[in-house]
Design a protein around this ligand. Structure first.
Ligand code: ASP
Length: 437
């Protein structure tokens, strides 16, 4: 049992209040302040953002600081403690789950867009708001090769997650062989190294816990900034897109995750309670990668997903599983088609399911990445964002509220990763069910 330090002094009340209550207070107050500023005092928005930027950036930098070491240490520790054959099975299961739920997500996005028809009747015509942009899709073989780092240290310094995962898994598996070697000396030093890596991973989790004490303030500032800058714009003609995206996100969580969880006899409410810190952090930081330390901690400490599973499935999910982004891509493609008077046909929508699923896999877990991938999806249905075109003008409208959409989609991206990890772990029979009762 860890000993709790006395929480007295002038900030005693702060530390004594439940963390979630504090974070939610920051969220609600931030949204209120942002809406009031953006709606009634537009001139005060810029000075507010300039003055508070430091406090928001502080939260994001603190989280980013531990992303790379947290992936590296937890994954080496996880891979060294699981048999290679089981790791392979977990990998296949989670990949199937991630792909399937992403495709469902695009379909949900399209369904809502068909229902709400965002952008219909807009008749957007071209202007030069956005310069011609095209996102090139790399070839499959190149994508696969890029997963293998030519220099792991370089991948670590650049924070390239997939090569880090690859290296850490190979290192962890090799370490497990060293640790169980028949040579006593080798086995001894292997054990020492594994203990050290485990201790480093635990230390990282402690750091996350400490950083989360600052979360309520970071949340307040980040939310207030987004609502002040983008809130009023979304209330205008873009309300239908925002609505379609958020309804799709809600359905994904309630129906798809809720459904899969209940198939595995796990409760959605209990799941959301355990995942909420990560969900709020994703919402405000708009980065799945940045949220990863919190995601790992929630999965392990609140939901009982063992490190052998979570250390692998969560960094992988933060990189390739983006269900929220998939919904956003579906809705926005429909919006842009409608807005320029060329609604997508059924066949085009099927194509969108395919390209948006792939695009969501290729989306980096950083703020705004989904908006770049939207270019690829648009391209696939013949809507090119070229300078001065109507498509470019409609795309620019979406960019205007991207942060608002990014908050929701990132939250669902992370929620999907945790749901997948819990489900795979339950199917492997190693989920700690005492956390679910
Ligand atoms: N911000 C999202 C994430 O980090 C990616 C996106 O822009 O869609 O998950």
């Amino acid at each position: 049992m860890e000993k709790h330090t006395e929480k007295n002094g002038i900030f005693g009340w702060y530390f004594k209040t439940n963390l979630l209550v504090r974070i939610l207070t920051g969220l609600i107050l931030g949204a209120a302040v942002g809406i009031v500023l953006g709606g009634f005092f537009p001139d005060a928005v810029k000075p507010f953002v300039d003055k508070t930027k430091f406090f928001g950036d502080l939260f994001i930098r603190l989280l980013k600081m531990i992303v790379v070491p947290v992936i590296l240490f937890s994954l080496i520790a996880g891979a060294a403690s699981i048999e290679p054959s089981r790791l392979g099975r977990v990998g296949v299961k989670v990949m199937v789950y991630y792909l399937f739920t992403s495709a469902l997500a695009v379909a949900i996005g399209l369904a809502f867009a068909n229902l709400i028809d965002p952008g219909a009747g807009f008749n957007v015509i071209g202007d030069a708001a956005v310069k011609g942009r095209v996102a090139e899709a790399p070839s499959i073989s190149q994508i696969l090769l890029n997963i293998i780092p030519t220099n792991p240290i370089e991948s670590l310094t650049k924070g390239d997650v997939l090569p880090i995962i690859f290296f850490a898994v190979v290192f962890g598996i090799s370490l497990s062989y060293v640790k169980t070697s028949s040579n006593h000396d080798l086995a001894r030093i292997g054990g020492i190294l594994l203990d050290a890596v485990n201790a480093a991973a635990e230390t990282m989790y402690k750091m996350v816990k400490g950083i989360m004490q600052y979360a309520p303030i970071g949340v307040f500032v980040l939310i207030a900034q987004v609502f002040a800058q983008q809130g009023p714009r979304a209330i205008g003609p873009l309300l239908t897109v925002t609505l379609a995206v958020y309804l799709g996100l809600l359905l994904q969580v309630g129906l798809v995750y809720g459904g899969f969880l209940s198939m595995f006899k796990l409760g959605l409410i209990r799941f959301l309670k355990g995942a909420n810190e990560a969900m709020v952090t994703a919402f405000v930081t708009r980065s799945s990668s940045g949220t990863l330390p919190v995601t790992l901690r929630c999965a392990e400490e609140n939901l009982g997903v063992p490190r052998t599973v979570s250390s692998f499935t969560l960094p992988l999910g933060a990189t390739i599983n983006m269900d929220g982004t998939a919904i956003y891509l579906g809705v926005c493609a429909m919006f842009i088609g409608n807005a320029i008077g060329l609604p997508l046909s059924f066949n085009q929508q099927i194509l969108v399911i395919l390209t948006a699923t792939l695009a969501s896999i290729g989306t980096a877990g950083v703020p705004g990445a989904g908006a770049i991938m939207l270019l690829m999806v648009l391209e696939s249905v013949g809507l090119k964002v070229t300078e001065g075109s109507a498509v470019a003008a409609a795309y620019a409208m979406i960019l205007g509220i991207d942060a608002l959409l990014d908050m929701g989609r990132t939250c669902v991206n992370v929620t999907g990763d945790i749901a997948g990890s819990a489900i795979v772990s339950k199917s492997e029979g190693d989920l700690d069910l005492s956390k679910w009762s």
